[in-house]
Design a protein around this ligand. Structure first.
Ligand SMILES: Cc1cc2nc3c(=O)[nH]c(=O)nc-3n(C[C@H](O)[C@H](O)[C@H](O)COP(=O)(O)OP(=O)(O)OC[C@H]3O[C@@H](n4cnc5c(N)ncnc54)[C@H](O)[C@@H]3O)c2cc1C
Length: 508
C-alpha cells in the first residue's frame, strides 16, 4: 500500500468524460400497428384536439409507441393519443375533458422512470399527457435564490440555466439528459447529491398543479417559511402522477461550488466505508456532497461492457467509494483536507488505496464508472433490481446477510451492490449465476424480492428508496406498510381524485 497521490497514479489514463448526461433514446423500433386498442370515445379525442391545436397531440402510432414503453423495456401499454399541451391552461382544459368523460390520464415527463408509473395499461382506455412542450424557465430570482420552471424542462438544461445565473441546481442523476423536472418531482428523485442538498422534495418552494377535476392550483410561492396550514406541495411531490399534474415549480438555487474534489477510494468493506464517511463529515462537514459505494463486481461489469473506461487502480479491491466534496473557497483549498481524510483513513485501516482526480475531466471519468453500472449489468443476463434503504448503521449488516441468504438459495448468484451509501440507499441487484438459464432466474423474481425485502423490513428500511412504487412495487408495498399508512394514502387519493382519473393502477 503506497497511499494516495495528488494526480491519479498507477499510470492511470483517465478518459475525459465531458458528458456524463446520458441522453436516453426513445426507441421506436417496436412501433405498434394501427390495430392497437382505442377505447377512448372519438368525441373525447376530438374535444382534446380542439383544446390543444394541431401541435398539441399525436395519434400517429409510430410517435405514440416510444411513449408506451419503459426505459428498461419491461413495461408496455397503449394509448390512442399522446397530448402535448403548450401551457398550464391547455393542460387544465384537457384534464377537465378527461374528468367529464371519465378518461384516465397517464402523466409523462422524460419517460425514464423505473417502476412502470409512466406507461399506460394495454387497454387503450387512457391518454398520455406529456409535458415535453412545457419547457420554459419562467423566472430566475437571484436574490431569492430560486428559479421558476415549467414541468417539461430537462433536468440537465436546468442545471445549465442555474449555472448561467452563477448558481447551482444540485439535483443530478444519470438520466438527467432526458428526465424532466416534473417527473423528478413526481418521483421525488434522489440522485447523487442528496447527502448535501436533500432529495427533490427538499429543493422545491412552490408548485403549480392541475388537479384531477381540471382546476389549477397556483402554489408558485418562493417562500422558505409559510405555516398557513398543510404543506400541500409535498403531497404532489413523490405522488407519481396519481394526485394531479405538476405543471411548474419554484426551485431552490444554491451557491455554485468554486471547488470540486473527487476521489475514488478502495476500502476493505462497507463498514470501513461508513467509518470513512464519518471521518470525512467530521473534517469537511456538509462539504461532502456525494458518497457512493461500489462493489468490485460492478466495476468488473463496467470494464467488460462499457467502452473507454479503464481500471483506475492497479490492484483489485473488494469495495470502493466515490467521494465528492464541494467547496466555496479558493480553487484547491480543500485538497489538503481531502488528502488528510484519506491519509488518516489509511492509517485507521479504512482506506486501502485512493485516486484523487487532478481536474474536473478526471473527476467526471470516475463518475462515468459509477453511472455506467446499470447499463453494464444489463449485459450480464437477468438480474433482480432493488432500490432499498436502511439506516446507515445497518447497511453493512444488510449487505452481509442479503449476500449470504441469496447465495444459500441460489448458489453462484452474483450479487451487485452500488449506490448512495451516504443516504443509506443501495441498489442491490443479484445477477443470475453464470451457468444459469436466464428465464429460470427471472422466474425467481418474487422469491428473491421476498428474501431481500423481508430483510429490509426487519432492519426498519424501505423497499423503494428513490424510484417510487409505480406498478412495480404497488402490490409489494402492501406487505411492508402498515394498514394505517395504506389507509391514509388511500384517503388522500380519494380526497383529491375521487374518480381515479390520474394515473390509475399506480402507487395505491
Ligand atoms: C439511467 C437511469 C438512472 C437513474 N438514476 C436515478 C437516480 O439516481 N435517482 C433517482 O431517483 N432516479 C433515477 N432514475 C429514475 C428516473 O430517472 C427518475 O425517476 C426521474 O425522476 C423520472 O423523471 P422523468 O421525467 O423521466 O419521469 P417519467 O418517467 O416520465 O415519469 C415518472 C413518474 O412521474 C409521473 N409524472 C411525470 N411527469 C409528471 C408531472 N408533470 N406531473 C405529475 N406526474 C408526473 C409519471 O406518471 C410517472 O409515474 C434513473 C433512471 C435511469 C434510466
Amino acid at each position: 500500500m503506497t497511499g494516495y497521490a495528488g494526480p491519479p497514479r498507477h499510470g492511470l489514463d483517465l478518459v475525459a468524460c465531458s458528458e456524463k448526461r446520458y441522453i436516453i433514446p426513445m426507441d421506436s423500433s417496436k412501433e405498434q400497428s394501427a390495430a392497437q386498442p382505442n377505447a377512448v370515445a372519438a368525441t373525447v379525442l376530438e374535444r382534446i384536439k380542439a383544446a390543444v391545436g394541431p401541435k398539441g397531440y399525436t395519434v400517429d402510432p409510430a410517435e405514440i409507441a416510444p411513449h408506451c414503453q419503459s426505459w428498461r423495456d419491461n413495461w408496455h401499454g397503449w394509448v390512442p393519443m399522446v397530448v402535448k399541451p403548450a401551457n398550464v391552461d391547455e393542460v387544465a382544459a384537457v384534464v377537465a375533458i378527461c374528468a367529464e368523460s371519465g378518461t384516465p390520464i397517464v402523466p409523462q415527463g422524460g419517460n425514464t422512470g423505473l417502476t412502470g408509473g409512466g406507461q399506460p395499461h394495454a387497454s387503450g382506455t387512457e391518454i398520455i399527457i406529456s409535458t415535453s412542450r412545457m419547457n420554459r424557465v419562467r423566472e430566475i430570482d437571484i436574490l431569492n435564490n430560486t428559479m421558476t420552471v415549467e414541468a417539461g424542462c430537462i433536468l440537465a438544461e436546468l442545471q445549465v440555466a442555474a449555472a448561467d445565473a452563477d448558481r447551482l441546481f444540485p439535483l443530478s442523476l444519470a438520466a438527467e439528459g432526458s428526465c424532466q423536472i416534473g417527473g423528478n418531482l413526481s418521483t421525488n428523485a434522489g440522485g447523487t447529491q442528496v447527502l448535501r442538498y436533500g432529495n427533490a422534495r427538499n429543493l422545491v418552494l412552490g408548485l403549480e398543479v392541475v388537479l384531477p377535476d381540471g382546476r389549477i392550483w397556483d402554489g408558485l410561492r418562493g417562500l422558505r417559511k409559510d405555516n398557513t396550514g398543510y404543506d400541500l406541495k409535498q403531497l404532489f411531490i413523490g405522488a407519481e402522477g396519481t394526485l394531479g399534474m405538476i405543471t411548474a415549480a419554484v426551485l431552490k438555487l444554491f451557491p455554485k461550488p468554486t471547488e470540486i474534489q473527487t476521489a475514488l477510494v478502495a476500502v476493505p468493506d462497507p463498514t470501513a466505508a461508513l467509518a470513512l464517511l464519518s471521518r470525512a463529515s467530521e473534517m469537511l462537514g456538509e462539504q461532502v456532497s456525494a458518497f457512493e459505494l461500489i462493489q468490485r463486481r460492478a466495476i468488473d461489469f463496467v470494464l467488460q461492457h462499457v467502452p473507454d473506461v479503464t481500471d483506475p487502480m492497479a490492484q483489485v479491491h473488494p469495495w470502493y467509494v466515490l467521494m465528492e466534496v464541494f467547496g466555496q473557497g479558493e480553487p484547491d483549498s480543500l485538497r489538503d483536507t481531502v488528502e488528510a481524510v484519506l491519509g488518516d483513513g489509511l492509517e485507521a485501516g479504512e482506506v486501502l488505496d485512493a485516486v484523487l482526480a487532478a481536474n474536473r475531466a478526471q473527476g467526471q471519468a470516475l463518475w462515468k464508472i459509477r453511472e455506467s453500472i446499470p447499463e453494464a449489468q444489463n449485459h450480464e443476463g437477468q438480474s433482480v433490481k432493488h432500490d432499498v434503504s436502511v439506516p446507515l448503521s445497518r447497511i453493512a449488516e444488510f449487505l452481509e446477510r442479503a449476500d449470504l441468504a441469496l447465495a444459500a438459495a441460489y448458489p453462484g448468484v452474483r450479487c451487485v451492490a452500488f449506490g448512495h451509501i451516504g443516504d443509506g440507499n443501495m441498489h442491490y441487484n443479484p445477477a443470475q449465476p453464470l451457468a444459469a438459464d436466464g428465464a429460470d432466474f427471472a422466474a425467481e423474481y418474487g422469491a428473491i424480492n421476498r428474501i431481500v425485502h423481508d430483510l429490509i423490513a426487519e432492519l426498519n428500511g424501505s423497499i423503494s428508496a428513490e424510484h417510487g412504487l409505480g406498478r412495480l412495487r404497488r402490490e409489494e408495498v402492501l406487505r411492508y406498510k402498515s394498514s394505517v399508512e395504506m389507509d391514509l394514502m388511500r384517503s388522500v387519493k380519494k380526497a383529491l381524485d375521487p374518480d381515479d382519473i390520474m394515473n390509475p393502477g399506480k402507487v395505491v
